[in-house]
Design a protein around this ligand. Structure first.
Ligand code: 4AD
Ligand code: MG
Length: 458
């Protein structure tokens, strides 16, 4: 019976025969037997194997095992007399499935820097920290679906290749079959694969709106791409976004669901990834668990953009970017508000119309839009959302003001012509959330294969 180490360690049962398959972490020899620490990826903890010298391949193979070798071990599970583990596997057979040359294998027993591990993204999930991140990330992804499906939201698969630039920030990667030397001529444009220029999506929102206005409550959860030249610890060129979109919904209900979702995901991961979370709490961010539990207990802070600006203007702190009404909040401003003033997640609403995309609903003051961002200590913006402009004329004017070709977006305007309703939604950056939950300092550690400007190794 092949068993996963997580299952073995979770059960109290001993005294039966089983098989495990995994990778050797360490080997330690005594006079008459060797200890092998085996990890199969199912848990942070290794399984200790006792391989006696009486095994037929003991001298020829077992004693040559090193970190990274893949093995299959058959044996009997017994209570361990030693400290450090509750059970151990007494091997009756050790089969070597794959060798790993110790002269070349890059993962040695010492602790490696995350920068170094990034250069070997094909091996780094075998480390404790990156393995733990992968398990937590998987659980959180499951949690997202669990949260929405329980509440009657339908998942919509929005396109990855798109001809609409949702955010209008000119950060779209182009998708084309035209060679560079064919240039941007008229003839070349006529040969565009899709008949017009296309790119990788920066957000599935516009298409999610289509489905919300047919199905009610929907969400999309997929990869998004941004060709911004940002080299920060919280920007990726390819990241995953969770975007719910709700019909018959205003900004307040939108904020409520966002807060509920974040709290659900935090409590779910704390409950289901205890071992991995304990590792982060101990080695990555001291006090992480207390911080997250604190978030669950309190209501998020809530201020308007205008109040945020007042708060910043009245502060004695010197900011690099000067503060005045109308500016986009910079990372330093967000940090100050969440880390020094509120010390908890903070929702900021009603941003100036001029700094937000065309689809956000214009408030009665004519100067601000029904936007909401959620900022968290240590990271800054984690959620960006809004109530959408549902009034045909207002939206059309906003699009024209933004220099958008309204013909191209006729389908989007149609939604305001045929049974338009107030609706709202938001985008949660999945990696920023995983970063917040694991305490990892750099976003590149919470996605398996990070893509950033100048970096996309495999
Ligand atoms: O605020 P953003 O740009 O909002 C939208 O794209 C909306 N269309 C969402 C919606 O209303 N449906 O992005 C949403 C979130 C940000 O708050 C941030 O967490 C994350 O996506 N994000 C990034 N994460 C990693 N790397 C990047 N370059 C990111 N850009 C945005
Ligand atoms: Mg934003």
């Amino acid at each position: 019976m092949i068993k996963r180490i997580e299952t073995i360690l979770r059960s109290e049962e001993v005294g039966y025969e089983l098989t495990v398959q995994g990778w050797v972490r360490t080997r330690r020899d005594t006079g008459t037997f060797s200890f092998l620490e085996i990890n199969d990826g199912s848990s942070l903890a290794n399984l200790q194997v006792i391989a006696e010298q009486t095994l037929p391949n003991y001298d020829g193979q077992v004693k040559k095992l090193t970190a990274g070798c893949a093995v299959k071990v058959v044996g009997r599970l017994e209570k361990s007399p030693a400290k450090g583990q509750t059970v151990e596997l007494h091997a009756s057979d050790v089969t070597i499935i794959g060798w790993a040359d110790p002269e070349e294998y890059p993962l040695q027993k010492k602790r490696h820097s995350f920068e170094f591990l990034r250069e070997i993204s094909h091996l780094r999930p075998r480390t404790n920290a990156l393995g733990a991140v992968a398990r937590v990330r998987s659980r959180m992804s499951f949690g997202v679906h669990h949260f929405f499906q329980q509440r009657g939201f339908y998942q919509v698969h929005t396109p990855i290749i798109t001809t609409s630039d949702c955010e209008g920030a000119g950060e779209m990667f182009t998708v084309t079959t035209i060679q560079q030397n064919e240039g941007a001529s008229k003839e070349a444009a006529a040969k565009e694969f899709f008949g017009k220029s296309a790119g990788l999506t920066v957000s599935g929102q516009l298409q999610a709106e289509v489905y919300a206005l047919s199905l009610g409550n929907v969400y999309t959860f997929g990869p998004t791409f941004r060709a911004e030249n940002s080299h920060t610890s919280r920007h990726l060129s390819e990241f995953w976004m969770i975007e719910p979109e709700m019909a018959f919904c205003d900004l307040n209900q939108n904020m409520q669901i966002a807060e509920e979702m974040l709290k659900f995901l935090l409590s779910d991961v704390i409950a289901h990834c205890q071992e991995d979370m304990a590792l982060f709490n101990k080695f990555i961010e001291k006090g992480l668990l207390a911080k997250l539990e604190g978030v669950l207990e309190k209501k998020f802070g809530h201020i308007t953009y205008t109040e945020a600006i007042e708060e910043l203007e009245n502060s004695t702190k010197k900011f690099e970017f000067p503060v005045s009404w109308g500016i986009d909040l910079q990372a330093e401003h967000e940090k100050y508000l969440t880390e020094e003033v509120y010390k908890k997640p903070l929702i900021v609403t009603d941003y100036p119309l001029a700094i937000k995309p065309f689809y956000m609903r214009v408030n009665d003051d004519g100067k601000t839009v029904a936007a909401m961002d959620i900022l968290v200590p240590g990271i800054g913006e984690i959620v960006g959302g809004s109530q959408r402009e549902e009034r045909y004329d207002v939206l059309q004017q906003r699009m024209m003001d933004a220099g958008i070709d309204v013909e191209e977006y006729a389908w989007y305007l149609d939604l305001r012509k045929y049974g338009s309703v107030p609706h709202a939604g938001f985008g949660l950056g999945f990696e920023r959330l995983v970063q917040y939950v694991t305490g990892m300092a750099n976003i590149r550690e919470v996605i398996p294969f990070p893509r950033t400007p100048g970096f996309a190794p495999c």
